[in-house]
Ligand binder design. Structure first.
Ligand SMILES: C[S@@+](CC[C@H](N)C(=O)[O-])C[C@H]1O[C@@H](n2cnc3c(N)ncnc32)[C@H](O)[C@@H]1O
Length: 414
């Protein structure tokens, strides 16, 4: 057992403390607090891991946890996972996320940049509450061997029974079968599309055959998007609208050429290509690139308003290799005039993709990121290629968790 003083939040939402010269990553503590903690991992020379057992001196920003079953009052192994900031006042949550992003940009991107993490505009997220609850439109519950349903405990794969799921939108919170048993099942997905009824899908671990996957509808402003029920869609009720506005506004109109070979990489069902198209008109040319062929098929249909829009099924790295080898002089010029939107998964685009994009020399990139360190690393790589960060916005699309979403614009400066 250790008494620790939490100093700052590290990437991943865990507080950093020191004990006898060694770093201790301590869960469920807020910077400035003194806590009593139990070491859970002392197998590393340079750092240990610990769980808060008791808060000795509480931060003024500590609030009763929004999810009773995730509270520090419970034994650590029984605390529900997925709401690791739920005991922090929302304003401070956003300040901590801003610090993590600013620190990542400095350490991995080599730039000092002020960061403000904004709450989702309530007008874009009907029903979502300001206390960090009522926002998840997608949620996976797990089923224990005895059929009990619940989330995994924090940092483990043990199912913990819970009486409620307050981070979910109300329609899902009402649907969650928390008191029922599902022997033989593996997981239960709860999905509340904005243009369809809320749904509960019990899974035995087998993925449904491609042709049989149900399709659902999401509505963003005046536009509707078809998406597989188990396909990727932004999780917060207001996320798609927030990112639509943010991406639309992040594009520098002076650099945008509707006839250029514009790209929407990791395009999903075409949400961000549509965001750009809504601003720049129906003659805009854009190619959405996505690895999942069902998502690409939806993107093709979702982008039908733009005659110059195309959806391609490919891994981004392979697509870029092909593009580099196939493009003639005219297409290369159109790629140099292009705007590239990219919204990679959590691991970021990575060196190979960054190098290949940079080799095409597009005028500007709009990078949508859900991982601060991956974004900062890729910004650092792009800077080596003569791109500079010109614009950065961040949004709290994952309240009560440590996650944060950023939208950055980089432009070619040399
Ligand atoms: C964060 S989502 C973004 C989707 C879309 N931009 C949106 O906002 O709805 C990332 C997408 O990239 C796709 N993906 C992951 N790795 C990929 C790769 N190597 N090449 C192409 N697509 C990939 C996933 O299937 C997913 O649809």
């Amino acid at each position: 057992m250790l008494e620790l003083e939490a100093e700052r939040i590290a990437h991943g939402g865990i507080a950093v403390a020191h004990h006898e010269g060694r770093v201790v990553f301590v869960a469920d503590a807020i910077p400035g607090e003194r806590v009593l903690a139990r070491v859970t991992d002392d197998g590393h020379d340079r750092f240990w891991r610990a769980d808060t057992l008791e808060v000795l001196e509480a931060s003024p920003d500590r609030v009763p946890h929004v999810w009773a079953e995730a509270s520090v009052d419970r034994a650590p192994e029984r605390r529900a996972g997925g709401a690791e900031f739920g005991h922090i006042a929302p304003v401070r949550q956003r300040a901590l996320k801003a610090e993590v992003l600013r620190d990542a940009l400095s350490r991995f991107g080599g730039i000092e940049h002020e960061v403000l993490v904004r709450a989702v505009d309530p007008a874009l997220a009907p029903g979502v509450r300001a206390d960090g609850t009522g926002w998840r439109t997608r949620m996976r519950l797990h089923v224990a061997e005895d059929g009990t349903v619940g989330p995994y405990a924090a940092r483990s794969h043990t199912v913990v029974p819970v009486a409620s799921v307050p981070l979910a939108v109300d329609a899902l919170a009402a649907l969650a079968p928390l008191a029922d048993r599902f022997p033989g099942a593996v997981s239960i997905d709860l999905i509340a599309p904005s243009g369809d009824f809320a749904q509960l899908v019990v899974s035995d671990g087998e993925r449904m055959p491609r042709g049989e996957r149900p399709v659902t509808t999401e509505i963003v402003g005046d536009r509707s998007f078809s998406v597989d029920r188990d396909g990727f869609w932004q999780v917060h009720r207001g996320a798609a609208a927030t990112l639509t506005e943010a991406v639309r506004d992040a594009v520098d109109a002076d650099r945008f050429d509707p006839r250029a070979a514009n790209l929407d990489l990791y395009g999903g069902v075409g949400l961000l290509a549509a965001a750009v198209g809504d601003r720049f008109g129906d003659t805009m040319r854009i190619t959405s690139v996505e690895a999942d062929e069902r998502a690409t098929a939806h993107a093709g249909a979702n982008l039908a308003d733009w005659v110059g829009a195309r959806a391609v099924t490919a891994r981004v790295d392979r697509f870029l290799v092909q593009l580099e080898s196939d493009a003639g002089a005219g297409e290369r010029a159109r790629l140099r005039d292009a705007t590239v939107v990219l919204d990679p998964p959590r691991s970021g685009a990575g060196r190979e993709v960054v190098d290949r994009i940079a080799a095409l020399r597009p005028r500007q990139l709009v990078y949508v990121a859900c991982d601060p360190v991956a974004l900062a690393r890729d910004v650092g790589l792009l800077r080596q290629h003569g791109y500079e960060l010109e614009h950065l916005e961040a949004f709290d699309l994952f309240p009560s968790t440590h996650h944060v979403e950023a939208v950055a614009r980089l432009a070619a400066i040399v």
